[in-house]
Design a protein. Sequence first.
Length: 108
Amino acid sequence: MKTDQKEYIDDFIKELSDGWVFRTLVPQQQREGISYAKIRFERYSELLYAVQDLLQIALQTLYNDGLENSGQIEDLTAHLVSVLEIAVQLLPCSEGEGLDKMHALFQK
């Protein structure tokens, strides 16, 4: 009985180590304990619309703080913080410098 259980556990561990599960979070090699999840966009405009949608959800939450809460969300503030943190991470700020240079070139 113990042998069957040990084989089952060993098989399960092997399956886990083969990488078919736990693929969403990828460990960051430079910082131990930090992982990241990939999100894919086809174009910058799609990325910007996603950030805009997240910010609109945050604004809707702030404007209706408790007034129109369906009761399904207990702590709106905690969820709002999470949405805003995602939006901040998605903002393509470094690309904005490239857009500034392109705009300056366009004006010449």
